[in-house]
Each structure stands twice: as structure tokens, then as C-alpha cells.
Design a protein around this ligand. Structure first.
Ligand code: OAD
Length: 249
């Protein structure tokens, strides 16, 4: 059940931002990071897998883990939440989709312009000279992570690394600027499936809350609860189609 005030705010919205985290892809079968039982960080050590130091120390371990994640994502499909976000493109004068996810599922659902704050599993590059490497090289098809030596850069022979942002790294400058501008210009932000714990990305919904309406969709409480105008406790694939329906006559 969508509150009357929220329904009116959605229909009046001129610039909508949808900001997403791992929860939006949960119902596609992709694990989140911090969910207690199923989250990736409950089973794997981020310090051994998701830092530049980890890649320098053991590139085969890190490359194999990301190859496994890429194969996992390629075996999954966008869900009704991703599709509802794509459909919102035709419902508001301006829509900006900003994601912390690296899985490409928004694009596969039809979202045309997605700001990827944490990079992509599908854009590996050379760790030394940053030369773009073909995405196909990452695939492993393994059911569980296996060690896998990273391919070598055709330009400088350096190791190819996953095109994601690791802990301790800066966010890519242009996506970050575009995201900050969109959030400052929007009148409503939908925050979907993120624990809102990882900065600087988590600052974006907080910033939006200072000047506009923030609607959070998450089955669990998060760090954003006290800042959000509306907290919708539910799953992305159920709640987003209900929000989309508010735009239909
Ligand atoms: P988290 O794993 O921290 O949070 C996922 C959120 O999704 C939680 O708040 C869940 O309650 C919620 N959730 C679970 N199922 C859901 C569903 N069906 N519908 C809606 N919400 C659901 O993931 P992120 O917040 O995305 O960064 O994590 C942020 C960053 O931390 C990631 O981009 C990644 C990670 O470490 C890097 O690797 C740099």
C-alpha cells in the first residue's frame, strides 16, 4: 500500500534519482555483501580480495574470485525491480540511475544511462597502464571461486585487473561528479537495496535528504532510516513495480 503523500510526490516529480545497491539484484540470485547469512563478506575476506594490496599480493586469488562473480552474474537475469526502474524512464521528465553495483543488470533491463560508481565486472583493464582489456577474458564458468592467473596486457604485459573500485581506492571522477550533480538537482530520490554504510557513495542519499524527498526501499532497517522521508519495508522486486503503477492511469 503506497501512502497518498508518496503517490503525489512521485507524480509531481520532475527529476527522479534512483540510487541502488546490492539488494536490488538479490532477487536475481546475486548475493549482497553484508546480509548476515548469505552476504559475500560473511564468507569471503574483503581484505584478501577487494583491495589493491590483495591483488598485488595474490593476483591469481583475486582474479579467480572476480571471474567467478562475473560467471555468476552472467547466469542471472534482471528482475522485476530492475525492469521497473528501466520503465520509469518513460514516466518522469528526467531520470538518473546511480548504482553501486558492478553487475550490469540495470543496463540489461533496459536502463539507458547508468552511472556506475563502483565500476563494472565487465570492464577489466591493465593494472599498470590502464589499457582497456576485452571483457571476455574474465569469465571462468566455475561454480565456486578458483585461483586463475590474470591475463597480460597486450600493450605493456602488466596484469589485467577487474574494473571495479576496491577498498582504499578513489571513485571514478566523472561518474562521481555526475552522481553528485544529479542528486543536488533532483526533487525525489529512491534509495533501493543498500545498507548505506560505504562512503562516499552513502553520502548521496543523505545529501538528497537535505533538500528533497527520499524514499527508501529495503526489507531491513539501515543507516538511512532516520533521514528518509518514507521507509518502505519490502523487497525491490515487489515494491518497485508498485511505485511504477502510481504513474499509470
Ligand atoms: P550491502 O550488502 O551492504 O547491503 C545490501 C542491502 O540490501 C541491505 O540493507 C539489505 O537489507 C538489502 N536487501 C536485501 N535483499 C533485498 C531485496 N530483495 N530488496 C531490497 N533490498 C534488499 O550492499 P551495498 O549497500 O550495495 O563495494 O554495499 C555497498 C558496497 O559495499 C558495495 O558496492 C561493495 C561493498 O563492499 C565495494 O566492493 C567497493
Amino acid at each position: 500500500m503506497i501512502a497518498e503523500g508518496l503517490s503525489a510526490a512521485l507524480r509531481a516529480c520532475r527529476h527522479l534519482v534512483v540510487f541502488t545497491g546490492a539488494g536490488v539484484s538479490r532477487e536475481s540470485g546475486i548475493p549482497t555483501f553484508r546480509d548476515a547469512q548469505t552476504g559475500l563478506w560473511a564468507h569471503y575476506d574483503a581484505e584478501q580480495l577487494a583491495t589493491p594490496e590483495a591483488f598485488a599480493a595474490d593476483p591469481d586469488l583475486v582474479w579467480g574470485w572476480y571471474a567467478w562473480r562475473q560467471a555468476l552474474v552472467l547466469g542471472c537475469e534482471p528482475n522485476a525491480g530492475h525492469r521497473a526502474i528501466a520503465a520509469l524512464q518513460d514516466c518522469v521528465p528526467k531520470l538518473s540511475v546511480i548504482t553501486q553495483n558492478v553487475d550490469g543488470l540495470h543496463q540489461r533491463a533496459g536502463s539507458r544511462d547508468v552511472i556506475e560508481l563502483h565500476g563494472s565486472l565487465f570492464q577489466p583493464r591493465c593494472a599498470i597502464c590502464a589499457h582497456d582489456a576485452p571483457s571476455a577474458v574474465l569469465q571462468s564458468g566455475e561454480k565456486i571461486p578458483q585461483r586463475l592467473p590474470p591475463p597480460r596486457c597486450p600493450e605493456c604485459q602488466g596484469p589485467i585487473r577487474p574494473g571495479v573500485v576496491w577498498f582504499g581506492e578513489m571513485l571514478p571522477e566523472i561518474p562521481w561528479q555526475r552522481a553528485a550533480e544529479a542528486v543536488q538537482a533532483c526533487d525525489l530520490l529512491l534509495c533501493v537495496g543498500t545498507s548505506a554504510l560505504v562512503y562516499p557513495a552513502a553520502a548521496l542519499p543523505m545529501l538528497a535528504a537535505q533538500q528533497g524527498t527520499v524514499v527508501q526501499i529495503n526489507p531491513e532497517p539501515t543507516a538511512l532510516d532516520e533521514h528518509a522521508t518514507f521507509n518502505l519495508r519490502g523487497r525491490a522486486a515487489s515494491v518497485l513495480p508498485q511505485l511504477l503503477a502510481q504513474f499509470q492511469p
